[in-house]
Design a protein. Structure first.
Length: 228
């Protein structure tokens, strides 16, 4: 059962939206506050999509969406009482996948949620490669049929390596793609995260390490398992 996080402070709207989503078979987590929503996102890996109101008691949905995008690529659908086209454009530019303008039909909301998830799911399924499955919507990776418990940096580094198997990425290239302020960190930080990544991969396959170290150059991901 997929979980939808609903961040909406108007009780009547939250009740109607929650009921419509639950009728379609979703599990719904509800909160009226953006900060509580962010905490739920980081603690519940089953969340598949966020329905996010723009006007919240502790801030606005745009700020919450920015915060989500710092650690997750989960799809976001905005709820807005504003008909201003600028708000819609800004919302989508922030990384939202769709929006619904209030008042709306709860059935329409449920239909849009299902449509977004249909678009996202094939991308996750097609990302399976060489024993890896990259689920960008939930910011997680499965290795040899087992989901890995990764930190944010471990996930992002592995995502870079998975994107182009056999390509050698230098530490600087990895940092440019993973760190928000690469100039503020040392390149050796990449080595530290690679080391912890290897430990987690070897916990699943003790006989095989898919990450290759190229001394003086960087790291790559093997296309096929190397002989133990």
């Amino acid at each position: 059962m997929r979980t939808i996080l609903l961040i909406e402070d108007e009780t009547a709207i939250a009740d109607a939206a929650g009921y419509a989503l639950e009728t379609e078979g979703f599990r719904v987590l509800r909160t009226a506050l953006g900060q509580e929503g962010l905490a739920l996102l980081q603690s519940d890996p089953t969340i598949a999509l966020v329905v996010l109101d723009i006007g919240l008691p502790d801030g606005n949905g745009f700020d919450v969406c920015r915060a989500i995008r710092r650690f997750s690529e989960l799809p976001v659908l905005f709820l807005t009482a504003r008909s201003d086209e600028v708000d819609r454009i800004v919302g989508l530019e922030l990384g939202a996948d769709d929006y619904v303008t209030k008042p709306f039909s709860p059935r329409e909301l449920a239909a849009r949620v299902k449509a977004i998830l249909r678009r996202v799911q094939p991308a996750a399924e097609e990302s399976a490669s060489n024993g890896f499955e990259l689920d960008e919507g939930r910011a997680r990776v499965r290795w040899c049929s087992q989901w890995l418990a990764l930190t944010r940096y471990e996930y992002l580094i592995l995502k870079v390596l998975i994107s182009q198997p056999e390509r050698i990425f230098s530490r600087a290239q990895i940092m440019d793609q993973v760190w928000q302020e690469p100039e503020a960190s040392l390149e050796r930080a990449v080595d530290t995260h690679i080391k912890s990544l290897r430990q987690k991969l070897r916990a699943v396959t003790p006989e095989y390490d898919p990450i290759t170290t190229h001394r003086g150059f960087g790291y790559s991901l093997a296309v096929r398992p190397r002989a133990p």
